[in-house]
Design a protein around this ligand. Sequence first.
Ligand code: HEM
Length: 486
Amino acid sequence: MDLIHRALLTALGAVSVFYALVKISLGYWKRRGILHEKPKFLWGNIKGVVNGKRHAQDALREIYAAYKGKAPFVGFYACLKPFILVLDLKLVHQIIFTDAGHFTSRGLYSNPSGEPLSANLLQLDGHKWRSLHAKSAEVFTPTNMHKLLPTLTQISARIQCDLGKENQQTRNISELVGVYSMDVMASMAFGLGGQDHQEFAKWTRNYWGGFKLWQAYLALEFPLIARLLQYKSYAEPAMAYFQKVALSQMQEHRRRDRQPLQTFLQLYSNADQPLDDVKIAAQAFGFLLAGLGPLKATLGFCLYELARHPELQDRCRLEIRKTLEQHSGQVTPECLRELKFTKQVLNETLRLHTPYPFLLRRATKEFELSGSVFVIARGNSVLIPTAAIHRDPEVYEEPERFDPDRFEEEAKRSRPPAAFLPFGDGLRGCIAARFAEQQLLVGLVALLKDHRYAPCAETTIPMEYDNRRLLLMPKSDIKLSVERVD
Ligand code: HEM
């Protein structure tokens, strides 16, 4: 009996401590006197997101719409973790540009000693990120991006082969653009030339291994303990594979000198004071992590919208054909610059289907908002809800309508500077934005030049997103009818 009593008392004590801890965590914004969304026990304000009933972008959009105009930012909780959601575009501009020095961190987990490939530009913070960023800025220069263009065009030729000469067929577009995006990563980030990319493709699908949300959450909250316990974010065999490939390709490059510039590995190795090889391999993995999903998603969403708007598709094709003709069929940097309407279509796709629906920052210093009583405390996590801004009717009239004319020069100038941020911006913006745009345009040239796309019985309209992923992805593969045009 005594034993049962003691067990009951211990259980009651543990539940009370847990309850008190949850209550303390969920009382953060109230204690700070900051306007906030009332949290639910344990889930905070994202219950529907955790159980897969809605996409994170919808939950953020709802909070944004409910509080915009009432304060420059609002507090909310992702489970027990307090976040600031920025509501005011002037504050967005300050955080990203003018006061970016207060917000150089993202607060993601990385464990460079136990998991060397996590020491990449996306995951690192602090002085390690700073020096890596300086090195990477030397790599992603416009001149270097132009040097990589011929390799990109070569890779895009496979799209034409994959589409073949058959007339009118239903095609899995997600698969088609997925292969192109993966080939680019395999070749340009990891140096896997024209070889078979089957094993590479296998590991790009499986590197999360047995990912558990609650473990990742604890690692984010308690990174020092997670590092002490050697918590690893990715599957070890996948990391071993990516590291082996990158290191062996770098050795291969060194054996054969005087080869044309084709990969990021070469660009990093050729720097004045190059990083060591494992750190370069970590960057290759970081590019895969940050870039593969959004590239594939954007090309898929773009073809989906063009299939639904045949008049815009014809305009794009006409522009592509005319421009290619003026450049003797060659995809040169000048040729890409002249594809103005196609670029507008891409931007409108990125506005309506923003692959990263929010930007993340952590305040590294206390930040007082000018002319107000509000303070962002050191260590606060800050979310900039880009997808919500991109669909704000006060910024974009009839936001659900697909209208590339919104990106004509004059229309762009009429909007506030932080109104369009698919690549983020400022110090921690996407370092590869220029490369990504180039890759997307080259892909579109190959896809649209000789083929027409239309919805078919298997096309899901309206678009449904995969709620289990933070990155915006279609719920099921995009399928369209494809026809060759002469
Ligand atoms: C459609 C394609 C892409 C989109 C929409 C995209 C978008 C983004 C966004 C929103 C961020 C966070 C920016 C911020 O916090 O301000 C980011 C960061 C990053 N992206 Fe991209 N990205 C794309 C393609 C790529 C590609 C192809 C690569 C690599 C070759 C890449 C490499 C990176 C890296 C390394 C970072 C972290 C930069 C840092 O923290 O210093 N991205 N990207």
